[in-house]
Design a protein around this ligand. Structure first.
Ligand code: DX5
Ligand code: ZN
Length: 213
């Protein structure tokens, strides 16, 4: 299991140290939640702050867009060269076109599905994706409870990916803890995002290690 701590739950008063701490604690990616106050009822950070986080990070960035204008935000964040840039299928009329744009910037494209969105919605675009991010909470806030029906969706998506012979990774975001990590692994998850669980713990290393199943 790969681990991507979400800095949404970090102490932004000492963001540089927080990002260094999770990297030193052995995370694989640094997950950045970009919210525009329109697609989700919350507002987070722009390229100035993400650039500061990137400078502190020794690990690749995993940028999760929760915005209305995906093309605008892709152009804004592409210069920061994240490893992954993910956008919500619910908010994109031309996902195939946007995927090509992300790839042309040398970034791995990913699509995010909200809890109500079926994996079937990306059946004909799956082969274009390096990763699919399944939301296991409603996007917008950290510290929410895991929605159990996500497990069924992971299994369905895992079958779709394997039967097509693809290497697309499955990432799960929201309410991840040491209590559900084994079920997530068994269902076929490759990467977990964890905010509150890691940043709310007294040892980031112990928290990350407890998710390494
Ligand atoms: C929610 C964000 C998540 C969030 C996860 O919209 O996409 O990345 O930070 O936080 P936890 O792990 O606390 O549920
Ligand atoms: Zn996220």
């Amino acid at each position: 299991m790969l681990i991507a701590p979400s800095i949404l739950s970090a102490n932004f008063g000492k963001l540089h140290e927080e990002v260094q701490a999770i990297c030193n604690a052995g995370c694989d990616l640094v997950h950045i939640d970009v919210m525009d106050g329109h697609f989700v009822p919350n507002l987070t950070i722009g390229p100035v702050v993400v650039s500061a986080a990137a400078k502190a990070s020794s690990k690749p960035l995993d940028i999760h867009l929760m915005v209305q204008n995906n093309t605008f935000f892709t152009e804004l964040f592409a210069p920061l060269k994240p490893k992954y840039l993910s956008f919500h299928i619910e908010e994109e009329k031309h996902p195939h076109r946007l995927i090509q744009k992300i790839k042309s910037c040398g970034i791995s494209p990913a699509i995010v599905l909200n809890p109500h969105t079926s994996p079937k919605s990306i059946e004909y675009i799956l082969e274009e994706l390096d990763m699919v991010l399944l939301m296991s909470v409603n996007p917008g806030f950290g510290g929410q409870s895991f929605i159990p029906s996500t497990l069924k969706k992971i299994e369905i998506l895992r079958k779709m990916i394997d039967s097509a012979g693809l290497k697309t990774l499955i990432e799960v975001d929201g309410g991840v803890t040491d209590k559900n990590i084994h079920s997530l692994k068994n269902a076929g998850t490759d990467i977990v995002v964890a905010g509150n669980y890691i940043f709310g713990s007294s040892s980031y290393k112990n928290a990350i290690d407890s998710l390494r199943v």
